[in-house]
Design a protein around this ligand. Structure first.
Ligand SMILES: [Zn+2]
Length: 244
């Protein structure tokens, strides 16, 4: 149930979503942090404490899209938060420590590790774009776009207002600077994204917790992405492939 207050706040920043047709010959799929540490009940400090419908829907929609992209042999890149145990990521408690199951894809997506069209990038920061930077200055995400001549990306994952948003913001700035040619379109699929829930009553009783009402923050994340120039899709489909 969405509270009347949240409905009121959402009505102050209305968000128009669209039905987006993806050109299948030139589109890539980006999966952000769909790992146990953020999605599997009880898996860690930042995992849901109980089943959560927004997160379950995000996993279901992401799996559906991942299967479709694999069927069409289209490129997929999956970012996975993966932290060194001695380097905390403020303001969050330890999470997704490298080498633990928290830092792995959720069971519904684990099969992607063996697919030839899938690139997995472990990252040590919120932002999958910056987190794709290698020691020599090259960038795994930029190389993935260029190698596959990707003109549009479809973005799904968690959290809508944190890692998804940070990635979208960096990608759109990089695109605008000409770093990502031929990338043009960044589409965020709303039902393929989710965020976590810390209602104000819970935050008040938990030392150090930041209040984070799920439904509202998800909305804000999408709104902020749209402000940077992303398309927000409530529905996505592939067009017919071009005949060679
Ligand atoms: Zn992290």
């Amino acid at each position: 149930m969405v509270s009347p207050t949240v409905e009121l706040l959402k009505s102050e920043i209305p968000l128009e979503q669209e039905s987006v047709v993806l050109p299948q010959d030139v589109t890539g799929l980006v999966l952000v942090d769909i790992s146990n540490g953020f999605c599997t009940v009880g898996a860690g400090n930042l995992a849901p404490r109980e089943p959560n419908s927004q997160i379950s829907e995000m996993i279901k929609e992401s799996e559906k899209l991942a299967r479709l992209f694999c069927e069409k042999k289209r490129p997929i890149i999956g970012f996975l938060d993966s932290h060194h145990p001695d380097k905390p990521e403020e303001p969050y408690p330890p999470h997704c420590i490298a080498g633990t199951d928290e830092a792995n894809l959720v069971p519904a997506l684990r099969w992607l590790e063996n697919e030839p069209n899938v690139t997995i990038r472990r990252k040590e920061c919120f932002d999958g774009y910056l987190g794709s930077t290698e020691d020599d200055g090259s960038n795994v995400f930029v190389d993935w776009v260029k190698k596959n001549q990707i003109k549009g990306i479809l973005v799904v994952g968690i959290c809508t207002d944190i890692c998804v948003l940070d990635f979208v913001c960096s990608t759109l700035s990089a695109r605008n600077l000409g770093f990502l040619t031929p990338l043009k379109d960044v589409v965020v699929y709303s039902h393929g994204c989710a965020t976590f829930d810390v209602p104000i009553q819970v935050a008040k009783n938990t030392k150090g917790a930041l209040v984070h009402p799920q439904e509202f923050m998800h909305h804000v994340g999408l709104y902020m992405a749209k402000q940077r120039g992303a398309k927000i899709a409530s529905e996505v489909s592939f067009d017919a492939p071009k005949k060679l």
